[in-house]
Write a protein that binds this ligand. Structure first.
Ligand code: NAD
Length: 242
């Protein structure tokens, strides 16, 4: 993959870099994406399972799907894209990850400033008393039940729900102030997360997209690299180091 001189110059001279990531960055770790080529969307409808009403109506079915997703995410490992982002921390004073992913792979790769816009699948909480649970949730007849009797749900943002305000505000601030803003493996259609792209654009940032195909963001970015995140990011990092 040819990396342009402009990318190298912009990144090398940056003080603050934001990596805005989506499901595509974890595809090479074996976690299916929702949209795009090979997206899960065509096989089943995540919006029918990833919502609060579905949990109330059919907690067993929703939890079966989440147990399956939890298992895949737990078994997967950070790939060369997550690891490259973590390595950027050795060369730049401010490196921020604002991720739509719930798989915890950025933290497991060693990234320190990670804002989780859509929660984290490794956490769960009771919808009644708000007690938090890790992955050892107590099941009663296939349904996770808190000691207070309330239903337990994964601590992720479902369709129609608000984003964790602290995580979104911190991501917005970082996007406003950064010099380079990477958009990686996201279809850029899920709002309000995707609005960070426009926040960065309105600031002083140079926008670089990495995706296997063009997206809703492609027309406003400064440069697009069409390739796998696990190949393009290490290639950029290598140029920076030389
Ligand atoms: P998306 O599924 O809508 O889009 C994935 C994007 O990644 C597509 O544009 C696709 O072309 C691109 N892509 C696929 N493989 C790639 C690769 N190897 N390198 C670079 N790009 C690649 O994902 P989204 O925009 O993040 O929105 C989906 C929502 O679903 C998110 O909010 C997220 O919370 C959730 N989700 C999370 C995970 C996860 O945590 N790993 C997985 C699936 C869905």
């Amino acid at each position: 993959m040819k990396i342009s001189d402009e990318t190298i110059d912009r990144v090398k001279s940056a003080r603050s870099i934001v990596f805005f990531t989506g499901a595509g960055i974890s595809a090479e770790s074996g976690i299916p994406v929702f949209r795009g080529k090979d997206g899960l969307w065509s096989k089943l409808k995540p919006e029918e399972l990833a919502n609060f009403d579905a949990l109330l109506k059919n907690p067993k079915m929703v939890w079966e799907w989440y147990e399956h997703r939890k298992y895949i995410m737990k078994e997967s490992k950070p790939n060369s894209a997550h690891l490259a982002i973590s390595e950027f921390q050795n060369y730049f004073p401010e490196v921020t990850v604002a991720t739509q992913n719930i798989d915890n792979l950025h933290r497991r790769a060693g990234s320190k400033t990670v804002y989780e816009l859509h929660g984290n699948i490794e956490r769960n909480y009771c919808i009644n008393c708000h007690t938090f649970y890790n992955n050892d949730v107590p099941f009663v007849d296939g349904i996770p039940k808190c000691k207070c009797g309330g239903l337990i749900r994964p601590d992720v943002v479902w369709f129609g729900e608000f984003l964790p305000q602290d995580q979104f505000n911190a991501s917005e601030k970082a996007s406003e102030d950064c010099d380079v803003f990477f958009i990686i493996g996201t279809s850029a259609v899920v709002y309000p997360a995707a609005s960070l792209i426009y926040t960065a654009k309105a600031g002083k940032a140079y926008l670089i997209e990495i995706n296997i195909e063009s997206t809703e963001a492609s027309h406003i970015v400064d440069e697009s690299y069409f390739g796998k995140a696990g190949e393009v990011l290490p290639a950029i990092l290598e140029k920076i180091k030389n």
